[in-house]
Ligand binder design. Sequence first.
Ligand SMILES: Cc1ncc(COP(=O)(O)O)c(C=O)c1O
Length: 400
Amino acid sequence: MAFISDRLARIKPSPTIAMSMRAAELAAEGRDIISLSAGEPDFDTPLNVRDAAKAAIDAGHTRYTAVDGTPSLKRAIADKFARENGLDYTPSQITVGTGGKQILFNALMATLDAGDEVIVPAPYWVSYPDMVLLAGGTPVVVECDQVAGFRLTPQALEAAITPRTKWLILNSPSNPTGAGYDRAQMAALCEVLLRHPQVWILADDIYEHLVFDGFEFCTPAEVEPRLKDRVLTMNGVSKSYAMTGWRIGYGAAPEALIRAMAKLQSQSTSNPCSVSQYAAEAALTGPQDYIRDSRAVFQRRRDLVVAGLNACAGLDCPVPQGAFYVYPSMAGLIGRTSAGGTRIDSDEAFANALLDEQGVAVVFGAAFGLSPHFRISYATANEVLEDAMARIRQFCAGCN
Ligand SMILES: Cc1ncc(COP(=O)(O)O)c(C=O)c1O
């Protein structure tokens, strides 16, 4: 009898974290490494949020809270949904967890039985399929290639749905591609979903505020109100307010699902960090200029990176609508040999050789379920990005 469970054997450690760790190890050995693999803003948490957290500590808000969030944070989240998304949720339809990650995990654990299917459009955020597997379900991966703008089409969705489909996971703007669904594209998917009442929609809106060129973010429950009673709208403060370490995410859904998720949380982590909840409340209710300012910075960086990559021989980088990632194709390098003598036969070989030869860490596309691509996170300073682009250009030029 194995000591480690079969459940754990089904999943793999996060490849993005593995790449970041490898880059950190090489840097610790004294190598000059640029890591473009981490998925977090490089800014400080806004001052009003930090102040609110300090005040919460001094006011003694350091004890257990209600399992899935303080009433005042839930109220602030309900107000956010009304203000920014035109969605009317009561606090009893809201749950708060330790990051958006726990909200997704709770939802899948609370609803999936063996044989239940979850449609995961690829390229996907690395955690989706493994969370589905941990929860005992079956991920149904649907490839959405560059020609389709990395978006799920209504036809592909229709073809993937079976009587066992329980969820569709939709992430817009997306990690790893930055692709966003506009209102018409979202409405077309909703049209299909209306025909299949057994399918719930998990809308991962964590990159909501990071949209560029006037792109208008939209979310399924608002685009198609007839679906609202089978949508879990998930969001969080990690990416919008540079609060990845504070670990606060939230979701809104029909009360029965919210109660089931809270039951699970009551037997796992209990409440998310009390101080972080006060900080998140300040983020949601305080001044919102941070969002506008960081969006402008990210848009400039996106332009720098897209132009830099498209100047590299063998790479093709589409312009994303949002998030802080690009997902270029490296199909033009497949079959070539790098200056250091590595045969580039996959995106994984490309990423490894790029790290070894030029000290730039990116994450290979196979980790996100769609090759031959790689993901760059441009949540880092312009000078660093410029240096990285020069190194990637040199690497590509050396491949023949
Ligand atoms: C698409 C997506 N969803 C959810 C999360 C979870 O974020 P957090 O748990 O920090 O709220 C991330 C973080 O990388 C993400 O990229």
